[in-house]
Design a protein around this ligand. Structure first.
Ligand code: DAH
Length: 339
């Protein structure tokens, strides 16, 4: 029996030495020390021994059990330590690595300038309205006093989606939609994207942005137009900016003007930004043509109004001294990050 005990112990110890993981250890514990384990079974066989031998054998079995138990605990501890060490090694933090920074996005320069303009006009009592980018010939041209054979259409060729359905060439279409749905007094601006079949170069893009303005009320005059646009120019370009109104032609306004501001870069002396002119053209405007009012059901004998169309892209390139309009549309993050 002693010999048998010795064999079991040796087998248990070598199994412990060969154990590779905690599952192995658990199997060994059950096999040798568990209720039905081999060492427990030997204790049960002691009934057949003489009273003298029993305590001696009992002690031997208990010692063997303690030895196996201790070896097993040591093995489990060793495994746990190894696992911790491995985990620590895998999870080392390299404190010399550059930290990850949170990058927050920012507004595109066009939107920054647009938001400033919306603030300026809202402070003068204008509402912001929206209009569709896909327009009908009726709203984009006909109602704006530009019939099918009008030469002004030549300058505004565009992309036609179907006969009489086109990508709008000007935000002016929003004037008509507004006058059809609102009663005077009307004071609105309509910012948005417009489209023309233009060749791409440093100052032209087939997609660009305008902000349309419209005021209709009783007794609105050219003085109101000048006052509003001068105020706007001073707020955008600074109070010393000079504003020039040049006679011009638009089919939907009479009289019509184009508005220039003194170049904010050179103060009017002439430089690269204003191409030597000292002035920068920023918008077209005029008193709403009676035909346009009439086409929207507004009596031109009772009401008058003025309208304007500002080029947002031009305003943005001059404000940030951007030399090429294409940069605004390429969405190169390295360029946009500068603003
Ligand atoms: N729609 C004109 C253009 O795209 C700009 C413009 C001129 C708008 C005069 C107006 C205006 O409302 O009164 O060239």
């Amino acid at each position: 029996m002693k010999q048998q005990l010795e064999q079991i112990k040796t087998a248990a110890l070598s199994a412990i030495a060969a154990a590779e993981n905690s599952a192995d250890c658990e199997n060994i514990r059950v096999k040798y020390l568990g209720k039905k384990g081999e060492l427990t079974a030997i204790l049960k066989m002691m009934g057949g021994l003489s009273p003298e031998e029993r305590p001696i054998m009992g002690q031997l079995v208990n010692t063997a059990k303690a030895e196996v138990d201790e070896a097993l605990s040591a093995k489990v501890n060793e495994m746990n330590e190894k696992a911790t060490e491995l985990k620590l090694k895998e999870e080392t933090i390299d404190i010399t690595m550059p930290a990850k920074t949170d990058k927050t996005g920012k507004l595109h320069p066009l939107n920054t300038v647009l938001n400033d303009m919306i603030d300026i006009f809202q402070s003068m009592g204008f509402d912001v309205v929206d209009g569709p980018e896909v327009e009908t010939d009726h709203y984009n041209f006909e109602c704006l006093n530009v019939p099918a054979d009008h030469p002004a259409r030549d300058m505004q060729d565009t992309f036609y989606l179907a006969e009489n359905i086109l990508l709008r060439t000007q935000t002016s279409a929003a004037q008509i939609r507004t006058m059809e749905t609102r009663k005077p007094p009307i004071r609105v601006i309509c910012p948005g994207r417009v489209f023309r079949a233009d060749e791409v170069d440093a100052t032209h893009s087939p997609v660009f942005h305008q902000i349309e303005g419209l005021v209709v009320d009783k007794g609105v005059t050219m003085c109101d137009l000048k006052g509003v646009l001068e105020q706007f120019a001073h707020e955008i370009y600074g109070p010393d900016t000079k504003v020039k109104f040049r006679p011009s032609f638009f089919p939907f306004t009479e009289p019509s003007v184009e508005v220039d501001v003194s170049c904010s870069e050179c103060g009017g002396k002439g430089c690269r930004v204003c191409k030597g002119a000292g002035w920068i053209e920023i918008l077209g405007a005029g008193m709403v043509h009676p035909n346009v009012l009439r086409s929207c059901g507004i009596d031109p004998e009772e009401y008058s109004g003025f309208a304007f169309g500002i080029g947002l892209d031009r305003l943005t390139t001059t404000r940030y001294k951007i030399s090429d309009i294409r940069l605004l549309f390429e969405n190169d993050k390295r360029f946009l990050d500068q603003f």
